[in-house]
Ligand binder design. Sequence first.
Ligand code: 5GP
Ligand code: ZN
Length: 114
Amino acid sequence: MNACMFCRIAERKVPSEIVYEDDQIVAFHDINPQAPLHILIIPRRHVVSVEELKEADAPLLGHMMLIGAKIARDRGVGDSGYRIVFNTGMHGGQTVFHVHLHLLGGRPMSWPPG
Ligand code: 5GP
Ligand code: ZN
């Protein structure tokens, strides 16, 4: 069995609230939302973090970000604004080691992040 929770979510082997999927990526609600809208967008392929991505992954990254923006618009936060972020490594606050893009919206965000 794949030990990676996000691989298992992508394979639909564990339940999650999937909001979008295609042959490359899956988007689903974060289990512990930090904003009224909190979606995670992941590649189907297991990649640990942004640090492991290569030039050849640039289209994948662009696709993840553009789908994030589309989900934001579809869910009504396109005009009010939102944040998309890759937490990366220890100082980045990454806790799940399958790369994921956070989409957060529905409330004002502060800067700088904690
Ligand atoms: P990170 O801290 O790595 O940037 O973000 C990991 C995110 O994954 C957290 O926001 C956490 O709530 C979410 N998460 C962890 N385990 C699960 C899970 O099993 N299902 C879902 N839907 N989200 C999860
Ligand atoms: Zn994985």
